[in-house]
Design a protein around this ligand. Sequence first.
Ligand SMILES: *Cc1c(COP(=O)(O)O)cnc(C)c1O
Length: 421
Amino acid sequence: MIVEKLAIHGGKPVLEPGMGVFEWPVTTLSMQAAVIQQLATTLSIRDRSGVFREFEDAFAQYHARRYSLLSNSGTSAIMSMFEGIQIGPGDQVIAPAYGFHASVSPAVYMGADVVFADIDEQGGLSAEWAMSLVGENTKAIVVSHLWGLPTTETFAIAEQCARKGIYLFEDCSHAHGATLHGSLVGSIGTAAAWSLQGQKIVSGGEGGILLTDDESIFERAVLQGHYNRRTRDEISRSSPLWNYHETGLGLKLRAHPLAIAIALEQFGHLDAFLHQKRLFAQLVVEGLREYEFLRLPDIDGMIPSWYALPLRFDARAAGRLTREDFVAALRAEGLSEVDVPAATGVIADLPLFSAPEKVLGRRRVTGRPASTPSNLPVARAYAAEIIKIPVWAFAQDEAVVQAYVVGIRKVADHVARWGSL
Ligand SMILES: *Cc1c(COP(=O)(O)O)cnc(C)c1O
């Protein structure tokens, strides 16, 4: 084993400063053309026409789902799923303790209680934990396919939800185009939501979309996010909701046409992005397989979208080294995108969930905090161990991906040899 001097010890970094940056979305000429074209068409779409119809139809068709509704953000799309089942005070939602808060925070805003279940070793909601928390008020379970790795037990959870009359919602914001046992994520639960925010694989800068086959969820979601035109056109005249078409429910969550024009152009490249990401992820996985202290995701039965590649740093196998020192050494090598996730973590601890009554006041009429089991061993271990690296999506980034593998191997070889840096 040739052991080179590490950059933290004054050695030459693998990548020069500014070289290994992950830019997303990548602005292309065809993206610019889509914006210019939309600019010349309209900047506000009040019904389901134009670029909204194109995106909604294409996205629904891709997932073989019946109803499709764009909104101004992924968070709004998630809120609309909850509105679709009229979630409110007295209802309970079960969600994974590890993840991004917006998978479930709208339910708290709407007055429901959230109960957090532990995750499995892969980072997704544990079916056994989730089911053990089901009570008479449980109305929905949320799974989030974090980093683009489908929640391993989604089908088991779906089956039990169906048996118990509970809705299953999927947050697919990291997982555009990922599959589990041959099914696209977002086609398994009762309804699903995707973010189209700037960092997401299909991006319009800001935006979100909901898909479902359930007409009543769709109509309520339309009524919550729209008024006048879309409500009049898309809520059945026979529905009691139709009376409210002029006002909706008092909100407006409509998307911006420029954002959706960008997202539509990007969606056209999704399969190409995914193909390239899968090749690069494989390259990284093969390059790091030999290091016992770096645990790679188990992707048996799934094709991830590789929003990011999560590595678990196993401190017991790494001798005296901490995760933070390991990451610092990688960054010194110029691997500036190697990261310990900050906005994603054990969300059960956040004040919105542990003390919602203090900020939401009378909207929390039950007066109860969203209960939080203090014992979430797998989620806490996962949060303490995870290191995330981006997965590039363009063939011309191969040299950067190779440099990341070389850089990680350079530092990892020191660790494997000396148990320290
Ligand atoms: C980004 C994201 C959201 C929220 O989407 P916005 O479009 O930013 O509102 C929800 N869940 C997950 C997992 C996300 O990554």
